[in-house]
Design a protein around this ligand. Structure first.
Ligand code: RI2
Length: 301
């Protein structure tokens, strides 16, 4: 798959999920570097930057994508010649993909310990980090059940319910508006994140903040599972996370509702007071400690 094809698939959400789009972007940059047939390092760097911008333009909210691209791109900065630059890009992309997969397993290990025998869980959309945690608890022999929301408009909840049922986890599909109704039966809400801001705001699929509010009202804890590359250093300097708006035809066919204005924001912001913990591969943190995570990532890089 060439870079443009990857970019289109991310745009159309054929490739989706904050972690998956990050790994797909890293992989596309690796292929771009390996296939590069020019001979000038300056030109390579310029073309690489254009390729990176194209990938970043596909989905504006998930910082995982921008972080993956910038981690990989650093490989070209220090290189003395083109051979080294191409090799560095490929190595950094491979490392990113491996670390991302390892992080997922570590999050599942850590997060599943917080799931108790006979817990009834509720999840929203389709998060690989949240699902690996749930599946790990099930594989450890815990008797658990899950409510999975449909997650309109794209209905990623269908993917979730299939994955959980395939693993043998008893799962009930509900429409998004049934969340408050079922919340009194729920022991723990588990969701993923597309971006975590330095003040602890969690940006995830539209509807997450309503779920967190209902959970708060019913005194049900909310656990967010997110790899540290989903933490946004940009927000340290006060940058606001842009909320992606997608084609309104994802909701209804605009032509069936002529003259009606339709609005399709696909993420929302859950403030830290509605999140109990964030499980990262570095450990469990309070959302208020997001700043510390971002600071430590900045000093590592
Ligand atoms: P993982 C998804 O975004 C959902 O919002 C999901 O909760 C989040 O990414 C994290 O997913 P979309 O691509 O990285 O469906 O945990 O818009 O797989």
């Amino acid at each position: 798959m060439d870079l443009e094809e990857t970019a289109r698939k991310i745009e159309s959400m054929d490739i989706r999920g904050a972690a998956k789009i990050a790994r797909a972007a890293a992989s596309a940059l690796k292929s771009f570097a390996m296939d590069y047939d020019g001979s000038d390092i300056k030109q390579f760097r310029d073309e690489l930057k254009m390729a990176a911008s194209r990938l970043i333009s596909t989905r504006p909210t998930a910082v995982s994508l921008r972080n993956a691209v910038s981690i990989v791109l650093k490989g070209a900065d220090s290189a003395e010649d083109l051979v080294m630059a191409r090799k560095n890009i490929a190595t950094r992309a491979e490392e990113f993909i491996t670390n991302s997969e390892k992080a997922l397993n570590t999050i599942a290990e850590i997060g599943s310990k917080r799931i108790k025998e006979n817990d009834i869980l509720l999840t929203h959309c389709n998060s690989s980090a949240a699902l690996s945690t749930i599946i790990k608890a099930h594989k450890d022999g815990k008797n658990i059940e899950v409510y999975a929301t449909e997650s309109r408009p794209k209905r990623q909840g269908y993917i979730t319910i299939r994955q959980l049922v395939d693993e043998g986890v008893p799962t009930t599909l509900i429409v998004d508006s049934a969340v408050r109704h079922v919340m009194p039966n729920v022991d723990l809400v588990i969701v993923g994140a597309d971006t975590v801001a330095s003040n602890g705001d969690v940006i995830n699929k539209i509807g997450t903040s309503q779920i967190a509010l209902c959970a708060h009202e019913a005194r049900v804890p909310v656990m967010v599972c997110a790899e540290t590359y989903k933490f946004s250093a940009e927000t340290l300097t006060g940058e606001i996370v842009k909320i992606e708006e997608r084609d309104v035809n994802e909701i209804v066919r605009q032509k069936d509702f002529p003259k009606v204005r339709i609005f399709n924001p696909v993420f929302d912001v859950t403030p830290p007071e509605y999140v109990d913990v964030i499980v990262t591969e570095k450990g469990v943190i309070s959302p208020y400690a997001a700043y510390e995570i971002i600071k430590s990532l900045n000093s590592d890089s």
